[in-house]
Design a protein around this ligand. Structure first.
Ligand code: FOL
Length: 175
């Protein structure tokens, strides 16, 4: 069920969106063919608090704001679609749920396969007009995937142990 956003939710969303933009476009590593950052942290928090639909929307807004303020490449709509799908996945796995090893690893694997190893190679190939079997698409991406699946799974799991998310869920439902 889609709930309407109240003032408090909009403020929290705005803060998380600002964190996404900063982590991905200021503190992240970006080359023409690969991005590495910790922007998944506010994305997962948004997923826990607001669910699939609003997290998808929030990540699309973060993509627009990031591209408007700190563009490092021409805009391409495929990455906006990635943002929406990724937000939907985090919401699906973490909305009002406890973070366990199982859902941490499952969410990371699904995003790595669907977004990082299927859709993004397709968008990069279209955007830069390089063949889909080019090493420039795959070499850095496969190395990142091997390192990043364990790194992101571990950080996600520990996020669940440090965040007072049960308190948040009641806050956001009762106010
Ligand atoms: N267009 C839009 N709309 N947003 C962007 O961020 C964007 N960025 C570029 C070009 N057009 C854009 C710059 N090039 C990746 C790498 C380079 C790149 C765009 C995307 C990439 O590897 N993206 C993966 C991983 C993202 C992550 O883990 O943060 C992806 O799933 O999108």
């Amino acid at each position: 069920m889609k709930k309407k956003l109240d003032a408090r939710s909009i403020t929290t969303m705005a803060l998380l969106i600002a964190m996404m933009v900063t982590l991905s476009r200021v503190l992240g590593i970006e080359t023409q063919f690969l991005k590495v950052s910790f922007t998944f942290v506010p994305e997962i928090i948004m997923g826990m608090l607001f669910g699939p639909f609003w997290t998808g929307i929030g990540m699309v807004v973060a993509d627009f704001v990031g591209m408007a303020l700190l563009p490092k490449a021409p805009y391409f709509i495929g990455f906006t679609l990635n943002a929406f799908i990724t937000g939907t996945i985090y919401g699906f796995f973490f909305y009002k749920k406890e973070i366990t090893w199982k859902n941490s690893i499952q969410s990371v694997l699904l995003i790595t396969i669907l977004i990082n190893l299927i859709l993004t190679p397709l968008w990069l190939s279209i955007m830069y007009n390089v063949p889909l079997d080019s090493w420039i698409i795959w070499a850095p991406r496969l190395i990142k995937a091997v390192v990043w699946v364990p790194v992101q799974s571990i950080i996600t799991y520990f996020l669940g142990t440090v965040l007072p998310y049960k308190r948040w869920v009641t806050h956001f439902n009762t106010h």
